[in-house]
Design a protein around this ligand. Structure first.
Ligand code: GLU
Length: 417
């Protein structure tokens, strides 16, 4: 790790930043023209770091340390994206609720009050370090819908090209339970996948992952994780202020690993909280990136935050999925669950209920049912138009056998609102 070797800016002086930044930025832009691999890091910052748990106000000392560190990273040639929690917690005082008493509507209102406070803090402290920051609010659809995914990605790249640090959060005010990501761990992992970041740093209140609750005697710290499934059982706790616990961090790390991004979970309460872990100077848990990352289309298909439904396919079709020999036709399907529409991504299970692939379906669940239940009737007669009745094309289907954990089995049979 460490600062990118390609950016050897001659301006070594860190102060005053404003004087050096312009020259550094020009040299950096010229060098970047010739260097294809920019070092890109996505940083997720949890509510408990940004917010005082009792007073529900900004932890300014943390903001100072963190933004100074980010400014150093930017100066060293990193492209930095921050996924920041804290809006809901910071807005609670205004509407008179606490983390213990707030319901969904309270949190939506609190987010509306807290978001300007949060951004103001970033803007104010960022300004002291000559950092340009921008706000990007997203919802689930910005990740799950492919055109919106590409649109969001393009905006982020444009901001990075302008040397701006995007501060991303979920637009909690307008999202409800069914259409929200819900936690910024997975949201940030999706961003890391979206921008093809090399590093994903999750700053939290603990040093990293333990093999059991860290308060239990004998808890062992885990330095390196290759396969997150080894540690699922140890990660069920949820923090008071944020919505994620270690479990969502494991999901997030798994998504990032699959996309070829190394994840580092570290305690944010430290000096230079990000660069110190990037340089390997401080204890953290490292989730090693998959050595053969999926391409961005496959990553988009498999790293889903919500699934619309599922089908169960025959054993012959499972073999065909494994060797990639043919698409899924109506004769291959045994069972259809959920309420999906054309273009949704669904689970593909074998007859034992094991998820074998994920795929983008070309028919709605209603049409799929009709096609599958009436094999003796020609497709034209069933649908009213001629069709090959291919439910999932080969190119729109990814086998998940070797690298994916079926995180959202529970979404089976879920209905669309
Ligand atoms: N989006 C929420 C907020 O800004 C935080 C979600 C999370 O804690 O992961 O407060």
């Amino acid at each position: 790790l460490g600062a990118p070797t390609s950016i050897n800016c001659s301006c070594q002086t860190k102060q005053p930043r404003r004087l050096t930044r312009g020259v550094c930025a020009s040299i950096y832009r010229i060098e970047r023209f010739f260097v294809s691999k920019i070092k890109r890091v996505v940083i997720k910052i949890g509510s408990s770091l940004l917010t005082d748990e009792v007073r529900l106000t900004v932890r300014w000392a943390f903001m100072q340390r963190t933004l100074e560190d980010i400014a150093d990273l930017v100066e060293d040639g990193y492209e930095v994206i921050v996924c920041s929690s804290g809006a809901v917690a910071l807005g609670m005082r205004t509407i008179g609720v606490t983390p213990a008493t707030a319901g969904l509507r309270d949190k939506q209102a609190a987010a509306a009050c807290g978001m300007p406070l949060l951004l103001n803090a970033y803007k104010q402290v960022g300004h002291e370090h000559d950092l340009n920051i921008a706000q990007v609010l997203v919802t689930l659809g910005d990740f799950e819908d492919h055109p919106r995914f590409l649109n969001t990605k393009n905006t982020l790249h444009r901001l990075l090209a302008a040397n701006v640090v995007p501060i991303i959060n979920e637009n909690d005010t307008i999202t409800t339970e069914e259409i929200r990501v819900g936690d910024n761990d997975r949201l940030a992992a999706k961003v890391a996948q979206m921008v093809e970041a090399q590093h994903f740093v999750i700053l939290t209140g603990v040093d990293g992952l333990y093999d059991r609750n860290p308060d239990e005697p004998g808890a062992q710290f885990i330095d390196v994780v290759h396969d997150v499934s080894d540690y699922i059982a140890a990660t069920e706790e949820v923090s008071t202020l944020g919505t994620g616990g270690m479990y969502t961090k494991m999901q997030a790390a798994n998504m990032a690993q699959n996309a070829g991004c190394t994840t580092l979970i570290a305690n944010g309460n430290a000096d230079s909280p990000i660069s110190s872990v990037l340089r390997g100077e401080r204890r953290c848990t490292k989730f090693v990136a998959h050595d053969q990352p999926t391409d961005s289309w496959s990553a988009w298909l498999t790293n889903r935050l919500q699934m619309a439904g599922s089908i169960v396919v025959t054993a012959e079709m499972v073999d065909a999925i494994v060797d990639g020999s043919r698409p899924i036709s109506r004769t291959d399907v045994i069972e259809v669950s959920g309420n999906f529409v054309k273009g949704d991504v669904i689970h593909i299970y074998d007859e034992e209920g094991v998820e074998r692939a994920r795929g983008m379906v070309d028919f709605s669940s209603e049409e799929t049912e009709i096609l599958v239940r009436n094999l003796e009737i020609p497709v034209k007669q069933l649908l009213g138009y001629h069709s090959r009745a291919v439910l999932v094309e080969k190119t729109n289907m990814i086998s998940v056998d070797d690298r994916h954990i079926s995180w959202d089995q529970s979404s089976l049979g879920q209905t669309r609102n």
